[in-house]
Ligand binder design. Structure first.
Ligand SMILES: *[C@@H]1O[C@H](CO)[C@@H](O)[C@H](O)[C@H]1NC(C)=O
Ligand SMILES: *[C@@H]1O[C@H](CO)[C@@H](O)[C@H](O)[C@H]1NC(C)=O
Ligand SMILES: *[C@@H]1O[C@H](CO)[C@@H](O)[C@H](O)[C@H]1NC(C)=O
Ligand SMILES: *[C@@H]1O[C@H](CO)[C@@H](O)[C@H](O)[C@H]1NC(C)=O
Length: 359
C-alpha cells in the first residue's frame, strides 16, 4: 500500500467511527462493563479513551472522575431494566438493539419514548452515584450532608450516613448533560429543539430521584424500646422512580421550537411543563412494523393478551394483523405442605396454557 492510500484509508476509517460515535451514547457503558479503576495503572488515560460512546466533554470528566465510571455504567444498566419493565406491555418495549447504539435508531426521533429513555437514564446515574457516595466508594464524596428536616421530632437524631443525592444530582448534571452542552446549533433549528428536549428530560429524571428520596430512621434504645431514633436521607426504590417517570411520560407535553430558540407548547391551552415534566417534539411512530429507517422493531412475534383491551391486548399490540395461538407448558409449584418444623414441600404441577403471538 502506498503512503497516500494508507492515509486515505485511515481518513475513511476515522470518518466512519465518527459516524458510529454519533449514533451511540454513554448508555453503552451499560453494555460494556467498565473495569474497576484499580485494575488500571493510576493516571492512565486508556480507560477513558477505550470506553465507547463518550462525547469529548464526557471523556474529560471520565479522566477526572475515573472511579465514577463503573457507577455510571451500573446506573445506565438499571435504567434500561426499569425502562423495559415499565414498557413490557407496549409496542415499543425499550428493547436494546446492540452494544454500541443501545436503543437503536428510534432514539433519533424526538418522541415521548425517547423522552422517557433520557429521563430514566439520567435518574439511573443520580441513583447509582448517590449510593456509591454513601457506601464510601468514591473519593470525592461521602455521606449526604443534607440539613436536618424541620419537621423531624426534636429528640430524634439526624446523622446516619445518608445517600448523597446532592452530589449525585450535581455529578449527573455535569456528566449526562455534557453531551448536549457541547453542541452549538442555530437558534430555532430542529437540532436545537432536540438538544433542549434532551436537557429538559434529563433534568426531569434527576429531579424524580431527588424528589422521592426520603427520611429513613432506625430505632435504638434499651431492648428495642425505640426511645432513640437515628435518621438519614435515603433513596427511594428505583421502581418508584420508574413509576413516577412513567406517569410523566403519560402526561408529557408536545413542544416546538420558537424562532427565538425556546421550546414552547404546541397547544397553549395546556399548562407549561415544569422542570419535573417530560417534553417531546416529534410524534411517535406506531412501532407496528419493523422499519430499518426509523429503527422500529415491530411487534411481530410479541406475546399478547387475548382478553385485554389495553395496549397488551392482541388487537392493539398486533396492530390488527391478527395473532397465532399456541400451547405452552407452564410448570408451577403446587400442593405445598408445611412440615413441622420448618420446611415447605411442594409438588410440580404442569399446566397447558394458551398463548398468543402477533402475526
Ligand atoms: C456486546 O456485549 C456483550 C456482553 O458484554 C458481549 O458478549 C458481546 O460480544 C458484545 N457484542 C458486540 C457486538 O460488541
Ligand atoms: C419506514 O418509516 C419511514 C418514516 O416513517 C417511512 O417513510 C417508510 O415508508 C417506512 N418504511 C417501511 C418499509 O415501512
Ligand atoms: C421487545 O420486542 C422485540 C421486538 O418484538 C423482541 O424481539 C424483544 O424480545 C422484546 N424485548 C423484551 C425485553 O421483551
Ligand atoms: C389478560 O388480561 C386480562 C384482562 O385485563 C387479565 O385479567 C389477565 O390476567 C391477563 N392475562 C395475562 C396472562 O396477563
Amino acid at each position: 500500500m502506498t503512503g497516500t492510500s494508507l492515509l486515505l484509508t485511515l481518513a475513511l476509517l476515522c470518518s466512519c467511527t465518527q459516524l458510529l460515535a454519533d449514533a451511540n451514547s454513554w448508555w453503552s457503558l451499560a453494555m460494556n462493563p467498565v473495569q474497576r479503576p484499580e485494575m488500571y495503572i493510576i493516571g492512565a488515560q486508556p480507560v477513558c479513551s477505550q470506553l465507547p460512546g463518550l462525547s469529548p466533554g464526557q471523556r474529560k470528566l471520565c479522566q477526572l472522575y475515573q472511579e465514577h465510571m463503573v457507577y455510571i455504567g451500573e446506573g445506565a444498566k438499571n435504567a434500561i431494566k426499569e425502562c423495559q419493565y415499565q414498557f413490557r406491555q407496549r409496542r415499543w418495549n425499550c428493547s436494546t438493539v446492540d452494544n454500541t447504539s443501545v436503543f437503536g435508531r428510534v432514539m433519533k426521533i424526538g418522541s415521548r419514548e425517547t423522552a422517557f429513555t433520557y429521563a430514566v437514564s439520567a435518574a439511573g446515574v443520580v441513583n447509582a452515584i448517590s449510593r456509591a457516595c454513601r457506601e464510601g466508594e468514591l473519593s470525592t464524596c461521602g455521606c449526604s450532608r443534607t440539613a436536618r428536616p424541620k419537621d423531624l421530632p426534636r429528640d430524634w437524631l439526624w446523622g446516619g450516613c445518608g445517600d448523597n443525592v446532592e452530589y449525585g444530582y450535581r455529578f449527573a448534571k455535569e456528566f449526562v448533560d455534557a453531551r448536549e452542552r457541547e453542541k452549538n446549533y442555530a437558534k430555532g433549528s430542529e437540532e436545537q429543539a432536540r438538544t433542549l428536549m434532551n436537557l429538559q428530560n434529563n433534568e426531569a429524571g434527576r429531579r424524580a430521584v431527588y424528589k422521592l428520596a426520603d427520611v429513613a430512621c432506625k430505632c435504638h434504645g434499651v431492648s428495642g424500646s425505640c426511645s432513640l431514633k437515628t435518621c438519614w436521607l435515603q433513596l427511594a426504590d428505583f421502581r418508584k422512580v420508574g413509576d413516577l417517570l412513567k406517569e410523566k411520560y403519560d402526561s408529557a407535553a408536545a413542544m416546538r421550537i420558537s424562532r427565538k430558540g425556546k421550546l414552547e407548547l404546541v397547544n397553549n391551552r395546556f399548562n407549561s411543563p415544569t422542570q419535573e415534566d417530560l417534553v417531546y417534539i416529534d410524534p411517535s411512530p406506531d412501532y407496528c412494523l419493523r422499519n430499518e429507517t426509523t429503527g422500529s422493531l415491530g411487534t411481530q412475534g410479541r406475546l399478547c393478551n387475548k382478553t385485554s383491551e389495553g395496549m397488551d391486548g392482541c388487537e392493539l399490540m398486533c396492530c390488527g394483523r391478527g395473532y397465532d395461538q399456541f400451547k405452552s407448558i407452564q410448570v408451577e409449584r403446587c400442593h405445598c405442605k408445611f412440615h413441622w418444623c420448618c420446611f415447605v414441600k411442594c409438588k410440580k404441577c404442569t399446566e397447558i396454557v394458551d398463548q398468543y403471538v402477533c402475526k
